[in-house]
Design a binder for this molecule. Structure first.
Ligand code: SAM
Length: 230
């Protein structure tokens, strides 16, 4: 699914590094799974977690065979945004993520020239992904509350420190750094996607990318990186 901070375009380069030493049966945890754009390309024992209260309910229902709507009007979109408690969580998730920049209820997507059908695109994107997420186990907690199998692979695509905040609110970076070191010492393999990490971590992959393109600012360059604990 299209998602703020999606790693879809980097998966081909990241996964061979993350899974290089994976043993048979070893668990892979995507602890900040977002649009599942990494874990949908992993096989075997795999667990997707995200704290977002509407995202995981949506994926769970889709797994069970729920067919989402093919169109949602601007009026319906606004009513769902403003009265979330009136609607099932999975529907709120589905509708909220078809928004400007794939950010939860950021703005109703419309096409001024009438060429693109954003609802059809959203539907098709998700339906195309569905066969690859059928066997994922979902968890809907904060990363540090997830119970882990021994010696697992933990992938952490955290909200970047320097970029636009997620609807899930503030993130405690120092607590996260500490947690990574702890998990590493317990025997897990920890991988982190971020732009910058403190000196306890080392970069094992990097790539310059155009991170945004707007008519006002033009393209902005960022260096996408993957870190491990030193
Ligand atoms: C960069 S996005 C993940 C994108 C995903 N890898 C993809 O390719 O689609 C970061 C995610 O972290 C989630 N998140 C934020 N704080 C969290 C926490 N404490 N525990 C678990 N997930 C959290 C957000 O809801 C968001 O979905």
């Amino acid at each position: 699914m299209k998602y703020q901070g999606s790693k879809n375009r980097h998966a081909k380069e990241l996964l061979p590094i993350i899974l290089a030493d994976r043993k048979e049966g070893q668990y892979f945890y995507d602890l900040f799974a977002g649009g599942l754009n990494i874990i949908d390309k992993v096989d075997g024992n795999r667990i997707a977690n995200d704290i977002h209260p509407y995202l995981i309910p949506m994926f769970r229902e889709l797994q069970k065979g729920w067919i989402p709507p093919l169109n949602v009007t601007n009026e319906e979109w606004r009513d769902i945004r403003d009265n979330k408690e009136k609607y099932p969580k999975h529907l709120v998730g589905y509708v909220g993520f078809n928004s400007y920049g794939a950010r939860f209820f950021e703005g109703y997507r419309r096409d001024k020239v009438g060429k693109r059908d954003y609802w059809k695109e959203h539907y098709n994107n998700i339906m195309k992904q569905l066969p690859n997420i059928k066997t994922i186990t979902f968890i809907n907690k904060s990363y540090d509350e997830v119970e882990l199998q021994l010696n697992s692979i933990l992938y952490c695509d955290i909200p970047y420190k320097s970029t636009k905040k997620y609807s899930t609110g503030n993130f405690d970076y120092d607590k996260f750094y500490q947690w990574c070191i702890e998990k590493h010492n317990e025997g897990h393999q920890v991988f982190i996607s971020e732009y910058y990490m403190p000196s306890d971590f080392k970069c094992v992959w990097q790539k310059e990318v155009n991170s945004s393109l707007t008519k006002d600012t033009g393209s902005k360059k960022n260096v996408e990186k993957l870190f491990i604990v030193k």
